[in-house]
Design a protein around this ligand. Structure first.
Ligand code: PEP
Ligand code: MG
Length: 561
């Protein structure tokens, strides 16, 4: 057995065989010519055969997919045989350019042309780039980029995953996610929890495991073991039995002594919201609106936005839905709002700050939200991401008032916002702690980087202190504003107890984690949670904070969490 320690980000213990996510396809060198001895006719024939093979592969995969994934695959399959793309490449080959370079350049021109056409056509621009990478892979005889196809379930091993990879990730085929890079707040972690898949990130060396290797993945302990023995097989079987116990949530989050902590869901659109309502979520604590428009090159119209927002509101009539205005930038670029050439995007123009450089988009979004709210029965709260000062909070509140939005709030995810929470909360009605970014900024550790995973955890006593300060600010004389948590920290059952002890009023997480958080929360009284919070704050390190708290919560081990 060979062990690969990493960071557990989504619980579960499973055994399966490895399939590696292929490496991205590198650009063929500029000016690359046909190899000696290859004629233009031969190269063109190879190009056409590659385009046909890519088309057939995508078509076959579409036949097995459903919903959005199917639509994405079908559109991409058509693009693989696009006449303009192939003819453009053939012309270059006739002039002596290598087949790989020719399809690359032809892909660039077609993509640019579609981009310039705008609207629906502009959205196809990225499909062309995907297709050209697939055709180059076929010509090189290397695996196609993206989630590998398989008829049998497997453990997906990747360097890291991007939000767009979810479109083609079939949770019925993937048993667990393991990455060599990525931190606990990375999108791999968020994707894994939302799909309910066990996951380990920052497991150095797993990317060298050959396809087909059998591995045991423990998403709570953060371990990957190649060639597992009998005891690990037994552990995986035992987990399968307890997993079903954790599938149900009664619908009310509370401590053992009845202190209510509403358990809300993080969603990215109407489909998620419907699933969250079915899993018993008491409302939505974070609607990431940028997830509705990740593939868009152009700003969606007010009507289109209103329809997307209404689909979430309609899943929770009479309940609270906290919508976050577009958080574009850094790990979630939106071409119509963000500048992809920024040298330091996490510290750049992202979230609320895009209103500095692209004014009007936020106003139109607020208009769309107000429109959707009028047509629905949800209790809509609206917050801005990446607020750093009380001035920004005041300005956002006044923009909301102008749009007719009654409950404006802010994300507290920049340390300056936690430190000045009292002043900020005097300007708005509520705050929600985004512990993913709060951790990244407090620790100066990129949330996407595997080697920094040990720094990048909300168990860091410094981060817990910032949470405590935010709650204190919210309770200052005459303030009394609710503070929730909507970062991934809320989905960790042990940390959820600590956050409750620190005084946060709601916890919002991927709906799949609701049952586990509820099950652990109801085993402690509020006073015990407060003591555990003190214990975590007093720990000298994140590792000890986690270990000390977990030791006092034996229910975690019983439930395999
Ligand atoms: C956060 O930063 O904690 C958060 C909830 O926002 P996101 O993960 O979308 O940046
Ligand atoms: Mg954030």
């Amino acid at each position: 057995m060979q062990n690969f320690p990493g960071v557990g980000v989504s619980p579960g213990r499973v055994i399966g065989t490895v399939k590696q996510m292929p490496k991205p396809i590198s650009e063929p060198p500029a000016g690359e010519q046909l190899p000696a001895g290859t004629t233009a006719e031969e190269a063109t024939a190879a190009l056409k055969a590659a385009s046909q093979a890519v088309h057939d592969d995508l078509k076959a995969r579409a036949a097995h997919a459903t919903g959005d994934g199917k639509a994405v695959l079908e559109a991409t399959a058509l693009m693989a045989k696009d006449t303009m793309l192939i003819k453009g490449a053939a012309k270059l080959v006739a002039r002596g350019t290598s087949a790989e370079r020719a399809i690359w350049e032809s892909g660039s021109s077609v993509s640019e042309m579609l981009h310039n056409l705008g609207g629906y056509m502009a959205e196809r621009a990225t499909d062309v780039l995907d297709v050209r990478a697939r055709i180059v892979a076929e010509l090189r005889g290397v695996p196609a980029p993206g989630i590998p196809a398989s008829n049998t379930p497997f453990v997906l091993v990747a360097e890291d995953l991007a939000p767009a990879d979810t479109a083609t990730l079939d949770p019925n085929k993937v048993l667990a996610l393991v990455t060599a890079g990525g931190g606990p707040q990375s999108h791999t972690a968020i994707i894994a929890r939302s799909l309910g898949l066990p996951a380990v990130v920052a497991a150095v060396g797993v990317d060298k495991l050959p396809d087909g290797t059998e591995v045991y993945v423990d998403g709570a302990a953060g371990n990957v073991t190649a060639d597992p023995d009998e005891s690990l097989r037994a552990a995986a079987e035992a987990w399968a039995a307890t997993a079903s116990l954790l599938a149900e949530f009664s619908g009310t989050g509370a401590t053992a002594d009845g202190h209510l902590v509403p358990l809300l869901a993080n969603v990215g659109g109407g489909k998620d919201a419907g699933a969250a309502a079915a899993l018993g979520a008491q409302g939505v604590g974070l609607f990431r609106t940028e997830f509705c428009f990740l593939e868009r090159d152009t700003e969606p119209s007010v009507e289109e936005q209103a329809a997307a927002y209404k689909s979430v509101f309609d899943a929770f009539p009479g309940k609270k839905v906290v919508l976050r205005t577009l958080d574009a930038g850094a790990d979630k670029p939106l071409p119509f709002l963000t500048d992809s050439t920024e040298p330091n995007p996490a510290l750049g123009v992202r979230g609320y700050r895009t209103d500095f450089t692209t004014p009007g988009v936020l106003d139109r979004q607020l208009e769309a939200i107000a429109l959707a709210e009028k047509q629905s029965e949800a209790d809509v709260w609206v917050m801005a991401p990446m607020i750093s000062t009380a001035e920004e909070a005041a300005r956002f509140a006044s923009m909301c008032a102008d749009a007719g939005i009654k409950t404006p709030g802010v994300m507290v995810e920049v340390p300056s916002a936690a430190l000045t929470a009292e002043a900020i909360l005097r300007e708005v009605s509520f705050a929600s702690l985004g512990t993913n970014d709060l951790t990244q900024y407090a620790m100066a550790a990129d949330r996407q980087l595997g080697p920094l995973a040990n720094l990048n955890t909300p168990w860091q006593p410094a981060v817990l202190r910032l949470v405590g300060l935010t709650v204190e600010g919210s309770r200052a004389e005459g303030n009394n504003k609710p503070v929730g948590v909507c970062g991934e920290a809320a989905a960790d059952p042990a940390l959820a107890v600590v956050l409750t002890g620190l005084g946060v009023s709601t916890l919002s997480m991927t709906a799949r984690s609701l049952a586990a958080v509820a099950a652990v929360l109801k085993t402690v009284t509020l006073e015990e949670a407060q003591q555990l919070a003190k214990l975590a704050l007093s720990a000298p390190s994140a590792t000890e904070a986690r270990a000390w708290v977990r030791e006092k919560l034996p229910v975690l081990e019983e439930l395999g969490l």
